[in-house]
Design a protein around this ligand. Structure first.
Ligand SMILES: [Zn+2]
Length: 341
């Protein structure tokens, strides 16, 4: 049983390659966070090593399948940022050359207990240049029973030379209805919660599953929404303080700022939908009263202006504009609420 939710075309293609023995020695899985890249990589690793005699591999029941699911199979290894013990490298948020050298040393040996050695490199965009170049040498001269699976949410962070040596698989976002039905039928979730989570996860089922396990996620999201409402009501000096926090955050971990901007743009989109009477398309159905209140406080033009300046800020940051200037411009351009008729 493949555990990956959706992605049926990719799974069918991999199943065919498994049967025909035509698998690539390296895959690059590209897809947004929580789209199922790690689950798919582990599915493939399990299918490659499953001991079942029949054709429906992975069986999910043999000793190998169970070991891989428990993260205890010697031939299936995940290389990620978290394992880095070197403080300096950790600071730079890189997968360093030593990690890759260790991985390649073990990759040069025959499988220890399974049929294939499988190395999954999570957040492969964080490979240091030196580490990527070392990996490239191996990808150029593939050896026997080894498969490398690189995962990334951002293809632009992967060197073109590495991309060219891998078979690229793009994980698509799933439809809201598809995720809603899976949450009800497979995860036995009550209809109302399934409706909320399937909307909030933006086509990435992993987020919904995580929200099932970690109930704080929804609450934290609602708190962030309230924080945004406070920020847009505040005076300019408070807003500039928020701008300075955002710029600081961007210097430390830019992804968190992109997440803030995405959430804000999403809420303003919902406010627009509330304003224009398209309530059925609203995503944050857990924040309806706040959305309605804002829809009543802002004019249509102001709501559009908010969406535009948030998207513009995201674009400028991606173009490496000065983060403090971008954040300040955003905070000054977000319209202040005024009574509207
Ligand atoms: Zn099995």
């Amino acid at each position: 049983m493949w555990q990956t939710i959706g992605q049926t075309k990719i799974i069918e293609m991999l199943k065919r390659a498994l049967v025909q023995g035509s698998l690539s020695h390296a895959y690059l899985l590209v897809g947004p966070q929580h789209s199922g890249k790690m689950t798919l990589a582990l599915d493939l690793a399990t299918a490659l090593n499953c001991q079942s005699e029949n054709s429906t591999r992975p069986c999910g029941e043999c000793a190998t399948c169970l070991k891989i699911a428990a993260g205890k199979h010697a031939d299936v290894q995940v290389v990620s940022l978290n394992q880095n013990t070197d403080e300096e490298v950790k600071e730079h948020k890189e997968i360093g050359i030593d990690q890759i050298k260790d991985m390649l040393r073990s990759a040069s040996l025959p499988p220890f207990e399974g049929k294939y050695r499988v190395y999954i490199i999570d957040e492969a965009g964080q490979l240091s240049m030196e580490a990527a170049n070392r990996l490239l040498k191996t990808l150029e001269e593939p050896t026997g029973k080894v498969v490398f699976i690189l995962l990334t949410a951002n293809i632009r962070l992967i060197p073109a030379t590495v991309i060219s040596r891998c078979q690229r698989l793009n994980l698509a976002r799933l439809k809201t209805e598809e995720i809603e039905s899976i949450l009800v039928n497979k995860w036995s979730l009550e209809a109302e919660k399934a409706r909320l989570l399937s909307r909030l996860c933006h086509g990435c089922p992993g987020w919904a599953i995580e929200a099932l396990k970690n109930t704080n996620l929804i609450q934290e999201r609602q708190e962030k929404f309230e924080k945004m409402r406070t920020v847009v009501k505040s005076d300019y000096s408070t807003r500039l303080g928020v701008a300075s926090q955002l710029a600081l955050q961007f210097g430390k971990k830019r992804e968190t700022v992109y997440e803030v901007l995405d959430s804000w743009a999403g809420w303003w989109r919902d406010i627009l939908l509330a304003k224009t009477g398209c309530r059925g398309d609203i995503i944050s159905i857990d924040c309806l009263s706040g959305l309605d209140e804002m829809a009543g406080t802002y004019s249509l033009a102001q709501i559009k202006q908010s969406i535009e300046c948030i998207l513009e800020a995201g674009e400028q940051l991606k173009l490496n504009a000065n983060s403090r200037l971008v954040a300040e411009a955003l905070m000054l351009n977000l319209p202040r609420p005024a009574p509207v008729s």
